[in-house]
Every structure is written in C-alpha cells, then in structure tokens.
Design a protein around this ligand. Sequence first.
Ligand SMILES: Cc1cc2nc3c(=O)[nH]c(=O)nc-3n(C[C@H](O)[C@H](O)[C@H](O)COP(=O)(O)O)c2cc1C
Length: 200
Amino acid sequence: MELSDVIRRRRMVRNYTDEPVAAAAVGAALEHAVRAPSAGFSQGWAFLLLDTPGDVGRFWSVTTPDEGSAGTRWLAGMRRAPVVIVALSCKNAYLERYAEPDKGWTDRDEARWPAPYWDIDTGMAALLVLLTAVDEGLGACFFGVPPQRIDAFRDGFGIPADHHPVGAITMGHPAPGAVTGSARTRPRRPTADVVHRGRW
Ligand SMILES: Cc1cc2nc3c(=O)[nH]c(=O)nc-3n(C[C@H](O)[C@H](O)[C@H](O)COP(=O)(O)O)c2cc1C
C-alpha cells in the first residue's frame, strides 16, 4: 500500500472480530517499531506483547473495571482484539545515554530536556505499529493505561520500576462499526489553521 494511503486510512479501531492475527503481521509491526527515531539513538522503549487469550484477558482485568461497569461500554469491542501491545518508555536509558562522553550531561539533570523524549520516542514507535497494522490489512487503537491502574499492571506483568507504560495498542481484524470515538464528532482541524508559515 502507498504510504499516503496507509496514513489516510489509519483510524483508531475500537471493535474487532475474533479472527486471529497472523504472527507475521505482529512481527512486522514490532520490527517497524524499532525503526522509530530516538534522541541520541537511546532507544529507551520496550514493548510488552500479549497475544494469548490468557495474557490479553489479564491485561484487561488489571487495567480496567469489570465488564458492564460505568464508562466501560467502549471497551466491549476492544476486549475482542486478539493482540495487545503495551509500549513502555525508559527515562533512565536517556539519562544514561546523554551522560556518555559524546553528550556529556553527566549531572543527569532533567531540566536539560525540552520535552520528555523517552515518551515522545516511544510514541513515535507506537505510531509505526499503528501504520503497520493498516498496511497488514488490520486495525489498531492506541489508548492509555489509567494512572490508578499502573501499579496493578506492573505487578501483573512484572514490569521493571524504571519502565513506564506510555500506552497500549489493540490489534486485530476490524469489525463493523469499528471506528467510533471523538473523530466521529469533532472535525479535523484544517492544515491552514495549524501551519504558521514564516512566523505565527
Ligand atoms: C496519546 C493518545 C491517547 C489516546 N487515548 C485514547 C483512549 O484512552 N481511548 C480511546 O478510545 N482513544 C484514545 N486515543 C485515540 C484518539 O481518540 C483518536 O486518535 C482521535 O480521536 C482521532 O481519531 P483517529 O485516530 O481515528 O483519526 C488516544 C490517542 C492518542 C494519540
């Protein structure tokens, strides 16, 4: 598929069939993820791949309220996704990388960072997963792990203390009515509104 088609077709898919996903498609998504750019080539990211019903079920049970609880309707279709990939960032990898001689920030002072590049780079990698899903004829959705559930998620999957879940990605075959959410009710901001040529 042409890159422009992949980009235009990518939408967050929140409803899936129960058809399994080819392992090769998941593999391609993860291979592409590690092609993302990263500050200083720190590559301070990690991906928790959950691709068995048991692991996927455990993800939902530790990160969301019970099915049927208030505010969980949108999760019904999400729970059917056969694959969940949690994208994690590691700030320490950046502080260590930038303390190396060619960078020289040996004080590891976080005030030096104009933005949390560890989360940004992991987000860029996550976008490559989303785009690869489209290229593989699949759907995917990026969403957050609620802050109050992060400890349970860590315990449930043995996540190291210096890794932070930036977001999770469901992946699977889109079911009818797969695209819902804010993009159905809010217009896309026109390019002319967001691009400021020369000066603001
Ligand atoms: C950082 C981030 C967090 C998001 N969190 C959620 C979420 O928790 N639940 C959800 O349904 N969608 C989530 N989304 C998806 C957005 O709602 C979606 O990207 C937006 O409405 C535009 O729709 P589109 O991606 O289909 O074009 C998230 C997207 C991003 C980039």
